[in-house]
Design a protein around this ligand. Structure first.
Ligand code: RB5
Length: 149
């Protein structure tokens, strides 16, 4: 299950992403918002992140104007590795090397076609695993727990 959430800046791009998920037959949960009324991006990053961190959802896609604010909020939730991507290479490597479990998009930065390519490659790429990548991802987890990496 993929959770989606966004602020007012991400409403239109979120609809495009949902269209892609439907085309790919991927189950998803839309937390909103679906109105252009101004809202606070931390709320939406946090709500989506909680569902991923709890295991209720496998991955999260969150959208604000730049992708930056909403990703910062999501990354404050323990267990979340959220990446802002504006290109397909970073999206792919964020899965292979970093095991990113959330993707943030900037609706005012990337156009809908590029955003959909980023989402598709991000969803279709697995964590490469192996000692080197696992060790580094575990080090991020240690920092999160207040330990030395
Ligand atoms: C809202 O205007 C904007 O600040 C927000 O969508 C996002 O870009 C924050 O990082």
């Amino acid at each position: 299950m993929i959770v989606l959430a966004n602020d007012h800046a991400g409403v239109e791009l979120k609809k495009e992403i949902i269209g892609l998920l439907e085309q790919l037959n991927l189950p998803h949960k839309d937390l909103g918002v679906n109105s252009p009324e101004s809202t606070d991006y931390p709320l939406w990053g946090y709500r989506a992140a909680k569902l991923v961190a709890s295991g209720e959802c496998d991955r999260g896609i969150i959208i604000c104007g730049t992708g930056v604010g909403i990703s910062l909020a999501a990354n404050k939730v323990r267990g979340i590795r959220c990446v802002v991507c504006t290109d397909c290479y970073s999206a792919k490597l964020s899965r292979e090397h970093n095991d990113a479990n959330m993707l943030a998009l900037g609706a005012r930065v990337v156009g809908p076609d590029l955003a959909k390519m980023i989402v598709q490659v991000w969803l279709e790429t697995s964590f490469a695993g192996g000692e080197r990548h696992s060790r580094r991802v575990n080090m991020i987890g240690k920092i999160e727990q207040g330990q030395e990496p």
